[in-house]
Design a protein around this ligand. Structure first.
Ligand code: NAD
Length: 310
């Protein structure tokens, strides 16, 4: 099985490195030259949060997809802001029988991929793993979780069964879902409840539930997102979603959310496809989402003023 990982930062390196360790042929595709050069020179180093470091050397990295050719599986792990462009630049990876899998956060990644490659190639899902980029060629695996994958139309398929088996063989707990849209929305609502609030306050995930102010805001953004999901006929995977998000915040208490990390590193965030997506979908449906609107605008302003001197 030839696997190409498109966007090989924290999560792409985690999945690529883990699959390479289990014997797959893996090529990491990334536009970051230092990272690519370091991996080709010294291997990919994965530090485990619970202790232990390993360097994976049977893995290759490239800057251009055309140097890889057609892959059996393309795992897309660029940030949601780069999905369309990255896939367009990597069409050389996709042949007649290639499966393109997105496990990214945010709304609309699968749809964007379907706009670039035929929808018949695309499968989607979510990941419960967490990872942080430490520097070129080095990541930290912050926490493990399930990988859940499904066809966009909810049907069972051999290719999804094969993917589940591939991840399980690599030691990553993995499941098949007939409700991939609900799954993506459930993960979206977790991100809606945590990411923008941590990005604005600078708090680590666990501290959001230490203050009535942030906990109240968390409930408000989640309630708005649930109203939008309900109006769209989405079946969420979890009923008590506010409790679920609070539990995740507590379970990942020491983590800085990816949006906070982006703000601290002065990078573009995924706000437009997280809280911004709830605001956009709400507008289309005539459902007010004032708290998501405010958080989206605050994060957008932070992004626009990285270079301002205060
Ligand atoms: P990251 O920023 O660490 O990695 C993204 C990589 O994509 C970078 O290395 C960047 O150089 C590369 N890239 C950008 N444009 C590209 C292009 N055109 N072609 C090829 N490569 C390109 O991001 P991440 O934290 O790994 O997150 C990836 C996705 O996974 C996001 O949607 C994120 O929300 C989601 N996610 C992250 C975590 C986490 O713990 N980090 C957990 C679950 C889901």
């Amino acid at each position: 099985m030839k696997v190409a990982v498109l966007g090989s930062g924290a999560m792409g390196s985690l999945y690529g490195g883990t699959l390479a360790k289990s014997g797959c042929e893996v090529v990491l595709v990334d536009v970051w030259k230092d990272h690519v050069d370091t991996i080709n020179r010294s291997g990919l180093t994965i530090e485990e949060a619970l202790g232990g470091v390993q360097t994976i050397s049977n893995i290759k990295a490239v800057l251009k997809a055309s140097d890889v050719g057609v892959a059996d599986l393309v795992i897309v792990f660029v940030k949601a802001t780069a999905t369309e462009q990255a896939m367009r630049d990597a069409l050389a990876l996709v042949g007649e029988n290639t499966t393109v899998l997105t496990l990214q956060n945010g709304l609309g990644n699968a749809e964007k991929l379907c706009g670039v490659v035929s929808a018949s190639h695309v499968v989607a899902g979510t990941t419960g793993h967490g990872a942080t980029l430490l520097g070129p060629g080095k990541i930290r695996h912050a926490g493990a979780g399930d990988t859940v994958i499904g066809e966009l139309d909810g049907k069972q398929s051999k290719r999804v069964d094969d993917l589940v088996a591939l991840f399980e063989k690599a030691g990553m707990t993995s499941k098949f879902s007939t409700n991939v849209v609900g799954l993506i929305w459930t993960k979206l609502i977790v991100n809606v409840g945590i990411n923008a609030l941590t990005a604005i306050t600078g708090l680590k995930n666990g501290r959001l539930v230490d203050f009535p102010e942030t906990e109240t805001l968390m409930k408000l953004v989640i309630d708005e997102a649930c109203s939008v999901a309900e109006a769209k006929g989405i079946t969420l995977e979890i009923h008590e979603i506010f409790e679920h998000v609070k539990n995740i915040a507590k379970k990942t208490e020491a983590n800085r959310s990816s949006m906070l990390q982006d703000i601290l590193a002065k990078r573009a965030t995924e706000i437009a496809v997280i809280n911004g997506a709830i605001a956009d979908e709400g507008k289309k449906l005539g459902i007010p989402t004032p708290v998501n609107d405010v958080l989206t605008n605050l994060v957008l302003v932070r992004q626009k003023t990285y270079d301002d001197v205060c």
